[in-house]
Design a protein around this ligand. Sequence first.
Ligand SMILES: NC(=O)c1ccc[n+]([C@@H]2O[C@H](COP(=O)([O-])OP(=O)(O)OC[C@H]3O[C@@H](n4cnc5c(N)ncnc54)[C@H](O)[C@@H]3O)[C@@H](O)[C@H]2O)c1
Length: 268
Amino acid sequence: MSALPSLSLARRVSVVTGAARGIGFACATALAAAGSDVAICDLDEATAAASAAKLSAEYGVRGRGYAINVTKPDDVRAGIARIAADLGAIDHVVNNAGVQYVAPIAEFGDADWERVRSVDLDSVFHLTKAAWPHLVACGHGRVVNIASVHGLIASPFKSAYIASKHGVVGFTKATALEGAEAGITANAICPGAVYTDLIAGQAKDLATSYGGGISEEEALKRAFLSKMPTGKFIDPLEVGALCAYLCSDAARSITGTAIPIDGGWSAE
Ligand SMILES: NC(=O)c1ccc[n+]([C@@H]2O[C@H](COP(=O)([O-])OP(=O)(O)OC[C@H]3O[C@@H](n4cnc5c(N)ncnc54)[C@H](O)[C@@H]3O)[C@@H](O)[C@H]2O)c1
């Protein structure tokens, strides 16, 4: 029998977008815990650097913070060049930055549609493209896209997010096909409801979109908890652990997938 494939990410460099907090920080934490150096990218460099410093202190890896607005292709290209120069390589990219906007289609603002699509979908293309030569060069590149259960199924009032996340799942498949010969894998993680600022921030608009007359707590229950047979919010580190696994050698034959981690939401 051959040797058990390694789960270690020692001597690897991971780039995670939107990683100062929430699911992105949880992915960076799990990657660092497995030994990877981490580039924490977010809108604000000081906040990103503070999150990176926590991981350096806890896991002894090189953690660096970078200001990269993922909606700006020039920022993305410059940021990727800086990370490669600072850390010497890029082995993994985790496209995590994302935003939500909740409104019925008839009232959905054009600018809101553009903003959600730009952060949630277009950025995945721009960052993957910018990092591509580095992923090819290392021989074991990994692309992990944080899509959503809404990349697989729909709910009302989130049309831009749902269209974008379905797009991310499609782009992931295309990336997997184009990367296979170079040893690059690409997978989408499709979380159900993970309690972060992104969820908390929707409570008021959801209550309004449901016609008012229900509390924000009731709106969150109707929109999220009632959809998951497990009835519980998912811990961000559960998503992080899956991300780290997908980056490992043990997952080298997993590619082109969209993996739900959704308490059974998409099973119905
Ligand atoms: N929370 C959930 O239940 C859930 C479920 C499924 C999928 N997701 C996805 O997981 C990802 C992370 O979500 P979260 O819940 O941690 O959200 P969050 O709001 O807690 O964190 C998002 C992070 O992205 C950053 N960000 C936003 N716009 C950016 C931009 N233009 N450039 C760079 N960084 C930017 C924010 O500053 C923040 O640090 C998103 O793609 C989201 O769609 C979340």
